[in-house]
Design a protein around this ligand. Structure first.
Ligand code: PEP
Ligand code: MG
Length: 680
């Protein structure tokens, strides 16, 4: 018998990919291999067993090997662990910086539920406009169909054969999903399906199911109970990363179970009348399979306007609101609502006049959309000849195609987070380059502003180690986080500068609060440009923090442009969490305090001959557009579906009148007063 104590340095510990790598190596040897962590022991050839050890980064494990090839096995496992179990790059990157340990988990914490109060008080839930259109009707919660497993035993060999064939079918489906992700250059997501396949290969899991079949349980019954037991065990380890593995187990378990009970091809059950779907979130495949005759629109608690779900909704012409928060979950089935996919507002139990108005809007909407769409290629010039550039906020290549087709004159904000989220390792420079190049090409020589990675304690990434933060929104976010991880920042900047050969890409820094952040990043960009023998990339900053707005005169001497991120600027100016369910109604970008900061920014920029865009949600708010134009905003960058409508609205405005309106708005005492000024 051979033993070895070794420290796991992988940032996520022995989870997901490193654990899979470890199991695969162990499986290559005949010896029995056990792994000890504290009091716990696992079989090294079982992924689930290994996961339940809960080994975190920095933990020591003991590997014990016994059998004919024990020397070779121990050596192979030692060198695999030392070289990072497939995560060499991430470990190297982390060891170059601070020795932080705990990841922030704030986003996983349960928030108090003030839903009832919110709904009764306001009769409205505000989310984000996901896909345009108005829907009126009863709501229906879309949930996964519960699978009832009948406990009927058809004989040992029949049940075992059924199990085997269901697992093979599931693996086939997973391989297809894996390939689809690879085809879309989403290798991080593809790796998740790899882990699912590995879970189906887990012999401990299978042994346990087979054991139950031996005791005359049906394959479905045995499978379901084993998955539940294992998932519970994994989830009970109280680790957010392991909780995600429990979700993987549920997912893959549900897939096999559906096949076992013959429910694989069944669409979810629906009432027999058309409904507005409410869901925590919808997967793209859920969205694609929604029956257009029975679904009037949908509203999700999570998700975002750039998620695939919203993109598909637009393609299907389904009005949608995304990111409406957990409060929608408490609405009862059959509650009547009006879903406004333009404003992102869900009106609960509307009264007769509200319904009448919504029906009128729906009818008008149909004709108007046709007309607006037909004119979306024309510029947005006010009746007195002032042109405003209308650009798109995008989150990927599909959006870029849609943006161009919808009349976007540029991309005012490419949120690059989509490349970094929901994966277990960061995208490589090459992978990023290919995506930025594709987007530059799709936009056919129109300018594209690429925002550098904007994540932080509020949106933790498994491969970025961070200190636990009490206030993640005031912590290491955006450019602060990237400047502390120069390799991550450099790779992204290099990828952008390389892709710039294929179209006019510009660089924009998020969450800038101090000139030093600008200067440090600018220096890195210049260094990379020199290395590459290129020059002249246009660079700007987001105005999202009051300090940046108040220092705009200084920044204006350095940058090429500003883009006002009104979502964050409102949050930081009013000191109101942008996700707070109770503050949603008050956290309004039309607050005069926010408008004064925008006004100051525009004046400072124009004085230095620089231009200003607005890329926060305020830019597509019909009540805000005249004020922003009147303040002198040069560009409005809005979600793709809003482009034709924003252009149409600007064409109806008179610059002189909007300037008077903007001045009046600056003198108002509250956002409410400003909104009263601009009531249509
Ligand atoms: C903003 O803050 O307004 C913005 C556009 O950035 P994000 O919504 O991605 O934080
Ligand atoms: Mg922001």
């Amino acid at each position: 018998m051979q033993q070895l104590d070794i420290i796991i340095k992988n940032p996520t510990g022995l989870h997901a990919r490193p654990a899979k790598e470890f199991v695969n190596i162990a499986k290559g040897f005949k010896s029995n291999i056990r792994v000890y962590h504290g009091e716990k022991m696992a079989n090294a050839k079982s992924l689930i067993s290994l996961l339940t050890l809960g080994v975190r980064s920095g933990n020591q494990i003991k590997i014990e090997v016994e059998g004919e090839d024990e020397d070779q096995a121990l050596q192979a496992l030692e060198s695999a662990v030392l070289s990072g179990l497939g995560e060499e790059e991430i470990i190297k990157q982390i060891s170059q910086k601070s020795p932080t340990i705990e990841r922030a988990t704030t986003s996983d914490q349960v928030k108090p539920d003030h839903t009832e109060v919110e709904i009764i008080l306001k009769n409205q839930i505000r989310g984000i406009a996901g896909a345009p259109g108005i829907a009126i009707g009863p709501v229906y919660h879309l949930q996964r169909t519960e699978i009832k497993v009948e406990e009927t035993f058809a004989g040992e060999s029949k049940e075992k054969n059924q199990l085997q064939s269901a697992i093979e079918t599931a693996k086939g489906q997973l391989k297809q999903l894996h390939k689809k992700m690879l085809d879309q250059k989403a290798s991080g997501e593809a790796a998740i399906f790899d882990v699912h396949i590995e879970l189906l290969d887990d012999f401990e899991l299978l042994d346990s199911v087979l054991e139950k079949i031996n005791q005359e349980q049906s394959a479905a019954f045995a499978w379901q109970s084993t998955i539940e037991e294992r998932a519970k065990l994994v989830a009970s380890l109280d680790d957010p990363l392991l909780a995600a593995r429990a979700a993987d187990l549920h997912d893959v378990g549900y897939r096999v179970l559906r096949i076992l009970v013959g429910a694989d091809n069944q669409a979810p059950e629906f009432p027999d009348h058309p409904v507005i779907i409410l869901a925590e979130d919808l997967s793209p495949s859920d969205t694609v399979t929604l029956d257009r005759d029975k679904v009037l629109g949908f509203c999700t608690a999570k998700g975002g306007p750039t998620a695939h779900t919203a993109i598909i909704a637009r393609a299907l012409g389904l009005p949608a609101i995304v990111s409406a928060g957990e409060k929608i979950i408490s609405l009862e089935d059959s509650t009547q609502v009006i879903l406004n996919g333009y404003t992102g507002i869900l009106s609960i139990k509307p009264n007769q006049p509200e319904i009448k108005e919504a029906v009128r809007m729906q009818e008008e909407d149909k004709d108007f959309r046709l007309q607006v769409r037909a004119e979306s290629g024309k510029p947005a010039i006010t009746i007195d000849g002032h042109r405003v550039e209308i650009a798109a906020n995008i989150g990927g290549i599909e959006d870029a195609h849609q943006a161009l087709a919808s009349g976007a004159e540029a991309v005012g904000l490419l949120r690059t987070e989509f490349l970094f989220l929901e994966r277990i390792n960061p995208p490589s420079e090459d992978e990023q380059f290919e995506v930025y190049r594709d987007i530059a090409q799709a936009m056919q020589n129109k300018p594209v502003i690429v925002r550098t990675l904007d994540v932080g304690g509020d949106k933790p990434l498994p491969y970025i180690q961070m200190e636990q933060e009490t206030n993640p929104f005031l912590g290491e976010r955006g450019i602060r986080l990237c400047l502390n991880r120069p390799k991550l920042l450099r790779e992204q900047l290099r990828a952008i500068l390389r892709a710039k050969e294929h179209g006019p890409l510009r660089i924009m820094l998020p969450m800038v609060s101090d000139i030093s952040e600008w200067l440090a990043t600018k220096e890195i960009v210049t260094e990379i440009e020199n290395e590459m023998g290129v020059s002249g990339v246009e660079m700007g900053i987001m105005i999202e923090v009051p300090s940046a707005a108040l220092m705009a005169d200084i920044f204006a001497e350095h940058v090429d442009f500003f883009s006002v991120g009104t979502n964050d600027l409102t949050q930081y100016t009013l000191a109101m969490d942008r996700m707070h369910p109770l503050l949603a109604g008050k956290s309004d970008g039309l607050h005069p305090a926010v408008l004064k900061l925008i006004d100051f920014t525009i004046k400072a920029a124009h004085k230095s001959g620089k231009w200003v865009g607005v890329c926060g949600e305020l830019g597509s708010d019909p009540q805000a557009i005249p004020i922003l134009v009147g303040l002198g905003v040069d560009e409005l960058s809005v979600t793709v579906p809003a482009i034709p409508m924003v252009k149409a609205q600007v064409r109806e405005l008179s610059l002189t009148k909007t300037q008077q309106l903007a001045q009046a708005a600056l003198k108002c005492a509250s956002a409410k007063e400003v909104r009263q000024l601009t009531q249509p």
